[in-house]
Design a protein around this ligand. Structure first.
Ligand code: PGA
Length: 245
């Protein structure tokens, strides 16, 4: 049985005062039957882990190298050292803003694994790719090239995030979400074997909110959500957690 995961991606939002939201969220998380994860900016990882035992904390990116001369970057070991257990890798904003390729995402995932972090590897098509009926091909290519060998249900989570749905208020239909999630499941089973393929959790991300979370969570092979805007306020994210519980 895959335990559902409610993952909040705060992106470049959040100051120390935002930790107040975590105190409120903690009270919800302790009663929830799903896992609750928040990926705050790196500046808040340490303090977030120290104020709640009920919320799991993750990073939003890490460098592919273990350490070295990479000004401004953060290593997987640093995240783990601060108490992070997860790291988001290959988010479309990293792929777009920083030119990250599938190969780089694969390297980062390896480094995350060597430091005991679970990687949330993101895949997703652009609007032009969907309109050209290339969604499945694009997702298949990203999965093959972004995920290293040796994936397990513990070290990997895959997030399907259509680029055109992120921060736009648009979402695919439930059928479209189901089609992609079934395809991802099939590909993981084929590559890693049925046992592993079935144990990896698949998140949907892109304008998930209190209104649509329950319907999306009921789609086959949706094991949770990666939520941006609606994770910033405890009042909203609590409702997403309830929909996933
Ligand atoms: P959104 O972002 O929920 O604000 O659309 C999701 C994400 O990018 O992870």
């Amino acid at each position: 049985m895959r335990k559902k995961l409610a993952a909040g991606n705060w992106k470049m939002n959040g100051l120390r005062e935002s930790l107040q939201e975590i105190k409120t969220l903690s009270e919800v998380a302790v009663k929830a039957s799903c896992e609750v994860l928040i990926c705050p900016p790196a500046t808040l990882v340490q303090s977030m882990t120290s104020i709640s035992n009920d919320i799991i904390v993750g990073g939003q990116d890490c460098h592919a190298d273990a350490s070295g001369a990479h000004t401004g970057d953060i290593s997987a070991a640093m995240l783990a050292d601060c108490g992070a257990q997860y790291v988001i890798l290959g988010h479309s904003e990293r792929r777009e803003d920083h030119g990250e390729t599938d190969e780089l995402v694969r390297e980062k995932t390896r480094t995350a694994w060597s430091n005991g972090l679970t990687a949330i590897v993101c895949v997703g098509e652009s609007l032009a790719q969907r309109e050209a009926s290339n969604t499945i091909d694009i997702i298949g290519g990203q999965l093959a090239a972004s995920i290293p060998d040796n994936a397990t249900g513990e070290n990997l989570v895959v997030a399907y995030e259509p680029v055109w749905a992120i921060g736009t208020g648009l979402t695919p239909t439930l059928d479209q979400i189901g089609e992609v999630h079934d395809f991802i499941r099939m590909r993981l089973e084929r590559r890693f074997g049925e046992g592993v393929g079935r144990s990896v959790r698949l998140l949907y991300g892109g304008s998930m909110n209190p209104k649509n979370a329950a319907d999306i969570a009921a789609v086959s092979n949706v094991d949770g959500g990666l939520v941006g805007g609606a994770s910033l306020k405890a009042a909203d994210f609590s409702q997403v957690i309830a929909a996933l519980s």
